[in-house]
Design a protein around this ligand. Structure first.
Ligand SMILES: Cc1cc2nc3c(=O)[nH]c(=O)nc-3n(C[C@H](O)[C@H](O)[C@H](O)COP(=O)(O)OP(=O)(O)OC[C@H]3O[C@@H](n4cnc5c(N)ncnc54)[C@H](O)[C@@H]3O)c2cc1C
Ligand code: SF4
Length: 510
């Protein structure tokens, strides 16, 4: 069979399709399993709600790119509007819009999964070849010294002066020219994400990818052949224009943790754990103002992390604590994250070239809940735990100490009211910063856990093969399966686990 990428944009009644495997979602999980199964000789159809955008179609314009590359145009949030829930809607998924940081699953996390979730077969030895393959597919390398921009260098200098542990991160860029717009796509195609690695390989092996194709319902989950009901979308992805059915004995959901759970719930599939145990890893930005230009918008945005407070083998939680990572947003992102309007906002943005920013990242306990909401969109319920807020406050102290040590005039947490730190004596102000719903620009980029994998049916939605319990031949192979935070960054862990599960499936169904 000859593979390819076909847009169904605007199609009213495209022909129904049949295959051995229907994969829903073409991101880190979906593209990987499509490749493995196509290379194992299966006929694979992949459905992707987003468009295919590469090269100069990635225009570096905020509004246009949020509209075209992000789920719900970047406007998705928790029910109480406390946390912005960001994920991709584009061929290749999150890899196209993410910050390209590569952090494999720590050993302590695997040990936690074995101990706490009965996943005994996930030993370091069993996963090592898959983790290595993920790094190879990502062309992962340490960011080179010459590529570390001034904003990242300042955070590192401050951390070193303050005696804080940190590291230059691994990334998946090749041929990067430091244009700085990774979060809205790379016009140079410099990210070695699924769009340029797994998808071309899957197509070469015969997989067929259909874009602007939204899976709405999976029918016949216990039948030999399932029917996936699909709606086509218009070219901009605003309206549904037509429908078709894909029939396959094996269906793999890989729509990202929120959308995968929502699709199963809407289809009435799985056990009582479907949609529960959502992990959001809420992140909080922090900004430092310097007297001289930093030009943080030039170069690789996220290259250095302070890991002083991070714990990889917490006995109760696995990955825990917090970390601080330099980052920079485009003017559109920065201005919307700042709690200022009018003149104040103007004054702040006039300093755009003098600010450096970081994200405070802290893993959270699985506690949220996805529901199938109205109008075919998910509802995300999540209560931001006081304990998590405390770890964010501790991370803010670490970031502020580093920035002050690097010579920042002031450090600001953009919550309402903003917290401003101008010296060591002000650090205690961070302990009282408000993190009430909608009073701080909290965001989630690493949703996980809604179909968590466990050894026992009484504690999770999918079994150690990725099979959705209560179905015959419906699997989950994306971020939804992680029973606790897989890493501070999820792309490499998903590539690892997706290949591991897909190879097992190929061997079983061969
Ligand atoms: C802004 C941002 C920055 C990030 N930075 C990093 C980073 O630096 N390093 C890192 O490791 N991770 C990062 N991540 C996280 C990482 O990219 C994601 O965890 C990862 O992409 C999730 O993989 P996935 O396979 O679960 O889903 P995705 O890669 O999100 O793919 C899911 C795909 O399914 C499609 N889809 C959804 N519903 C349907 C449907 N009903 N029908 C058809 N298609 C559907 C979506 O359009 C999407 O393309 C970042 C994420 C974001 C949002
Ligand atoms: S920093 Fe590198 S990877 Fe990011 S958008 Fe620019 S060229 Fe692409």
């Amino acid at each position: 069979m000859s593979g390819g990428i076909e847009s169904l944009a605007g199609a009213a009644r495209p022909a129904d399709l049949a295959a051995d495997v229907c994969v829903i979602g073409s991101g880190c999980g979906g593209a990987t399993v499509a490749r493995v199964l196509a290379e194992a000789g299966r006929e694979v159809v992949v459905l992707e709600e987003g468009p295919d955008r590469t090269g100069l179609e990635l225009t570096q314009r905020d509004a246009e790119m949020y509209d075209q590359l992000y789920m719900d145009r970047g406007g998705r949030s928790t029910d109480d509007l406390a946390i912005s829930v960001l994920s991709a809607r584009v061929l290749g998924g999150g890899g196209v819009i993410n910050a390209s940081d590569v952090v494999p699953i720590p050993h302590g996390v695997l040990a936690h999964w074995r101990r706490r979730f009965g996943l005994g077969e996930l030993t370091d030895d069993a996963l090592a070849p898959f983790a290595a393959r993920a790094l190879e597919d990502l062309s992962a390398s340490r960011v080179e010294e010459a590529q570390i921009n001034r904003a990242n260098a300042l955070l590192r200098r401050g951390a070193e002066r303050a005696g804080l542990r940190g590291e230059v991160m691994l990334h998946n860029r090749v041929g990067c020219q430091g244009m700085g717009t990774c979060l809205i796509g790379c016009p140079l195609n410099a990210k070695r994400n699924p769009r340029f690695v797994a998808i071309p390989a899957a197509v070469a092996a015969g997989a067929r990818f259909f874009t602007r194709a939204r899976a709405r319902l999976i029918e016949g989950a216990s039948a030999e052949v399932k029917a996936v009901h699909v709606r086509t979308l218009d070219a901009r992805g605003y309206r549904e224009t037509g429908e078709l059915v894909v029939r396959a004995p094996i269906v793999i959901v890989a729509c990202n943790a929120v959308a995968s759970a929502e699709l199963l719930l809407r289809s009435g599939l799985g056990n009582a754990h479907v949609g529960r145990n959502l992990i959001l890893q809420p992140q909080l930005p922090i900004v430092a103002r310097f007297a001289e230009p930093v030009n943080a918008f030039r170069g690789i945005p996220q290259a250095y992390a302070i890991t002083e407070l991070e714990v990889e083998d917490h006995p109760e939680h696995g990955l825990w604590g917090s970390r601080v990572e330099a980052i920079m947003g485009t003017p559109g992102i920065v201005s919307t994250l700042m709690p200022f309007v009018g003149r104040e906002s103007e004054r702040m943005m006039a300093q755009y070239d003098r600010i450096a920013a970081s994200l405070l990242l802290a893993p959270d306990a699985p506690s949220g809940h996805v529901e199938a909401g109205e109008h075919g969109r998910p509802r995300i319920r999540y209560t931001h735990a006081d304990e998590h807020k405390a770890r964010l406050r501790a991370a803010a102290r670490v970031a502020a100490r580093a920035y002050l040590a690097a010579g920042a005039i002031e450090v600001l947490v953009p919550c309402v009211p903003p917290v401003v730190v101008r010296g060591e004596r002000d650090l205690s102000r961070l302990d009282s910063m408000s993190l009430r719903p909608a009073s701080a620009p909290l965001l989630s980029a690493h949703q996980q856990g809604t179909l968590r994998m466990t050894g026992s049916a009484s504690s999770g939605a999918v079994d150690p093969d990725g099979l959705v319990r209560g179905t015959r031949g419906v699997y989950a192979m994306d971020a939804s399966i992680f029973p606790s935070s897989a890493s501070s960054h999820t792309m490499a862990p998903i590539l690892t686990m997706a290949r591991y599960l897909a190879e097992k499936l190929a061997a079983r169904s061969g």
